[in-house]
Design a protein around this ligand. Structure first.
Ligand code: PEP
Length: 306
């Protein structure tokens, strides 16, 4: 269904002096339209689309989720590996998510191109909440990003949509960037409930103060995480497009157009090129492969799509 348009935008876009060929072509059509139909209300729609063409240039985003892995020695090796990869930070955001106890070591050892984030955060403020890591404490460590609602947190630690919304709200209030993970289980997909689940998970967060600068949405089908099963390009594009359309309807056109929607679920060096070429895929959240040398190849794939 999507295959004819899957690769259209990224392959056709050619930026000349910051103006895309899409924009030049659209402007030409608008001028013609104005000439023949002055005063038409349809003109507003056309201008709206031209406006969209102007803002559509999302900076790719890549996350490496180390999950609950690593010793001090392994962290040192992983960071040595990261420091050997080269990419242009103007064109790509790369965020590494080590365990809480390896945050300091990772951030001390990584070269400047990488940002460091936490894999979760507390839904409560600093105070009498034993074992919790508050967003104030994260901010104080100069860590700028947190994952929220990863399916492993939802599945094994009872994080409901409500908890995810509370975490997101408090993270944004403390000026953290948040990567909100959403996605359906295998059973939900097999019961054709993917859209319903994605809508429900977006409904839970849509009243938070969302901005494209501080929020990344990670579409992570639960059945693809750590399973070696990757979504097909059609499945990934369809889900990302569903998310973007719903955000446009329920949040704003501006947010929907500019927010990075990244894919997660068994991304590796072999499938990254194909997935990053998709119209609505703006990067990846990578688990297993971020612990391997192939993460360097994934960085190159995402960087070359920008
Ligand atoms: C993840 O941890 O978010 C993830 C997508 O894991 P993996 O790449 O191993 O499937």
């Amino acid at each position: 269904m999507y295959s004819s348009t899957l690769y259209s935008r990224k392959n056709s876009e050619c930026m000349i002096l910051g103006i895309s060929t899409d924009f030049v072509f659209s402007s030409f059509l608008v001028l013609q339209f104005c000439w023949f139909y002055p005063g038409s209300t349809l003109l507003c729609d056309v201008l709206d689309n031209v406006n969209m063409a102007l803002v559509t240039k999302r900076k790719p985003w890549l996350g490496g989720n180390w999950k609950s892995n690593g010793t001090k020695v392994q962290v040192q090796k992983l960071v040595d590996q990261l420091n050997s990869f080269k990419f242009n930070i103007e064109k790509l955001d790369v965020v590494i998510f080590p365990t809480f106890i390896h945050l300091h070591l990772t951030s001390a050892l990584t070269s400047q191109g990488y940002a460091i984030g936490t894999q979760s955060c507390s839904a409560t403020k600093s105070g009498a909440y034993t074992g919790e890591i508050s967003t104030e404490a994260i901010k104080d460590l100069e860590i700028g990003t947190t994952l929220i609602g990863h399916s492993e947190r939802r599945q094994y630690y009872g994080e409901t949509d409500d908890v995810v919304a509370k975490k997101l709200k408090i993270a944004l209030e403390n000026s953290l960037c948040a990567v909100v993970c959403i996605g359906e289980t295998l059973q939900e997909r097999e019961e054709s409930k993917t859209t319903e689940v994605l809508h429900r998970q977006i409904d839970a967060i849509r009243d938070c103060p969302l901005s494209a600068q501080s929020v990344v949405i990670a579409y992570e089908p639960v059945w693809a995480i750590g399973s070696g099963k990757v979504a097909t390009p059609e499945q990934a594009q369809e889900a990302h497009q569903t998310i973007r359309h719903y955000l446009k309807e329920k949040v704003s056109a501006e947010f929907a157009e500019n927010v990075r929607i990244v894919y997660g679920g068994s991304v590796n060096a072999g499938n990254a090129d194909c997935l990053i070429a998709l119209e609505d895929v703006d990067g990846f959240l990578v688990g297993g492969a971020s612990l391997k040398p192939e993460f360097g190849t994934i960085i190159q794939s995402v960087a070359s799509a920008s």
